[in-house]
Design a protein around this ligand. Structure first.
Ligand SMILES: [Fe+2]
Ligand SMILES: [Fe+2]
Length: 284
């Protein structure tokens, strides 16, 4: 983290995966630069409610505000978790944990960052995916899944992420997208917004996936134009475990994941560093 003139900064990170002891140690060492700093946590904190709660409580004790969105791992009903809730009931339970800790969720009013680079609204989103990021040559979800089963690249969500009471994950996704679209439409046109979602809101970041078929579990074409339709400052996401910055139609997309130890050990930069979202370089 580089120093600034003070007044607070808005940081982001995702895919903490603290089930790994090395990653838990990264969270233990995570600190703001000032008392005014906020932290956006874009999902995949852990698989058990206890671990998720530990990480969010640790961070909420250090940052002025912590904003969380669920990743697919939080939504798994994992055999190791004594909390056996499924689907919407599990999500609601996690939202309740966040409320106990003072952590902002997609179910709360969108907070406004008023520090340097502001005012900027922060919209935590929970949208899921609907299998519309299909592998090339496949026209339907069934064809895509058949292809994925053929290559063996099938997301664990198929076994552990239950959509109850929705019939399917894509039904849950469509309901979330419709409700979120309505809420974003109520924001003032002249207030920039940071969109925070576990999955990328646009397909372009998935183009570099080693296994292109994994894109089916990475988002939905329903949000394809959101970065153009809404006054978006930055799109923050994770899930891909490919940390980088890209630009689409002049809008900044930040993949802020930590990833698994076997992934971050291969990179030539220290793991667990926060990415500054606001102020941007040109706003300082
Ligand atoms: Fe992840
Ligand atoms: Fe994920």
């Amino acid at each position: 983290m580089s120093g600034t003139g003070g007044g607070g900064q808005l940081w982001a990170i995702s895919d903490l995966h603290i089930g790994y002891a090395e990653n838990r140690a990264l969270v233990e060492a995570m600190q703001p630069e000032s008392d005014e700093d906020w932290l956006l946590v874009a999902g995949d904190v852990a698989e058990t409610v206890e671990d998720i709660r530990w990480a969010l409580k640790t961070l909420a004790g250090r940052f002025a505000k912590v904003v969380w969105v669920p990743g697919n791992h939080e939504l798994w009903t994992h055999p190791r978790d004594p909390v056996t809730l499924r689907g919407v009931a599990r999500y609601d339970h996690l939202v309740q944990q966040c409320r106990d800790l003072g952590v902002v969720t997609p179910e709360d009013p969108y907070p406004v960052w008023d520090g340097p680079g502001g005012p900027v609204a922060v919209a935590p989103l929970f949208l899921l995916y609907d299998y519309t990021f299909l592998p090339s040559g496949c026209a339907t979800k069934d064809e895509g899944l058949e292809y994925a089963h053929g290559t063996g690249v099938v997301c664990t969500d198929e076994h552990l992420l239950h959509p109850d009471p929705y019939p399917t994950r894509e039904d849950w996704c469509r309901a979330r997208v419709a409700e979120t679209e309505r809420r974003l439409g109520e924001l003032p046109d002249d207030l920039p917004v940071v969109l925070v979602n576990h999955h990328p809101l646009h397909r372009h970041p998935t183009e570099v996936l080693w296994y292109p078929e994994f894109a089916m579990w990475c988002g939905t074409v329903l949000t394809d134009d959101w970065h153009r339709r809404f006054p978006v400052h930055t799109v923050v996401y994770g899930h891909l475990h490919i940390p980088r910055t890209t630009w689409q139609d002049g809008v900044r997309f930040e993949e802020v994941s930590v990833g698994y130890p076997r992934e971050w050990r291969k990179r030539n930069r220290p793991p667990g560093r926060l990415r500054r979202i606001v102020p941007r370089e040109d706003e300082r």
